[in-house]
Write a protein that binds this ligand. Structure first.
Ligand SMILES: N[C@@H](CCC(=O)N[C@@H](CS)C(=O)NCC(=O)O)C(=O)O
Length: 253
């Protein structure tokens, strides 16, 4: 392999974890050689835009993240993960279990969409400040209904997965969907600290899974590295206190 050429090229918007982070976590946990093109290469962002504008050969991605592996250009986060994970040893071996993993990842993708819509309920092209009232209504329902529903479902998936003793979401070992579940918990803790503080007692398995993933040696190293960008107010998970549940009584003044 030539020095500056790596097998897997990840294309994603620089400056945010965003949906790209689900792919990064897989690549990092696998110890894969990859380039985070828009962040690491000179003119990387321009190169990414060339793909999105159809100026590069291969399948045309609608949006980032996408990866290029050899001649293959693969987009849609859940699809990217389902494509890469078997090659990296982080997917179940049999077809039915792989479908199960996909089903979970696609549900997480829906969840991510709803998380995004708490701060951008009207349009992604408008500023948060221009849709604050709608965001408040949307987030109130999200925190009350949707967030507990998705997280409670993950808790049940773990509970029912006897083949791992409730440790992993699919099959008997860690797969890419566990890494994504970790990211969701981290993001929600950042964006909705009060709502999460209330819910966590009801999610012992999900929280234990989060801790198990954080302790995986390559993930632990990655989280401490500069490659892991901090959460910020431009990504999917944003901390707008007015969208979170009220602080628990003990923390109110
Ligand atoms: N369903 C897609 C959504 C991709 C997506 O919305 N990407 C965002 C960045 S996280 C984007 O670039 N959107 C531009 C657009 O939708 O026009 C996925 O899960 O990958």
């Amino acid at each position: 392999m030539r020095k500056h050429r790596v097998a897997i090229e990840l294309y994603y918007w620089p400056g945010i974890q965003g949906r790209g982070e689900f792919v990064r976590l897989l690549l990092e946990d696998a110890g894969a050689a990859y380039a985070d093109v828009a962040r690491q290469r000179k003119n990387g962002l321009r190169d990414m835009l060339r793909f999105l504008e159809g100026e590069e050969p291969g399948a045309l991605p609608f949006a980032a993240p996408f990866v290029k592996v050899g001649k293959a250009v693969v987009s849609q986060t859940a699809n990217v993960l389902a494509y890469l994970a078997p090659q990296l040893g982080l997917a179940p071996k049999d077809a039915a279990r792989r479908a199960e993993a996909s089903q979970i990842q696609l549900t997480l993708a829906d969840f991510v969409g709803e998380i995004h819509d708490t701060h951008h309920p009207i349009a992604g092209s408008l500023y948060y400040e221009d849709q604050k009232a709608a965001a408040k209504r949307r987030a109130a329902d999200f925190v009350k209904q949707r967030m507990p529903k998705y997280l409670g479902w993950l808790e049940k998936v773990l509970e029912r997965n006897r083949s791992s003793g409730g440790q992993w979401l699919v099959g008997s070992a860690c797969t890419y969907v566990d890494l994504s579940a970790f990211q969701i918990v981290e993001g929600l803790r950042y964006a909705f600290p009060n709502a999460m503080a209330r819910l966590e007692a009801k999610l012992p398995r999900v929280i234990a899974l989060r801790d198990r993933v954080a302790a995986r040696p390559r993930i632990a190293r990655y989280l401490k590295s500069k490659r892991r960008q901090p959460f910020n107010q431009m990504g999917i998970f944003r901390r707008y206190p007015e969208l979170d549940a009220p602080a628990p009584r003990s923390r109110r003044r």
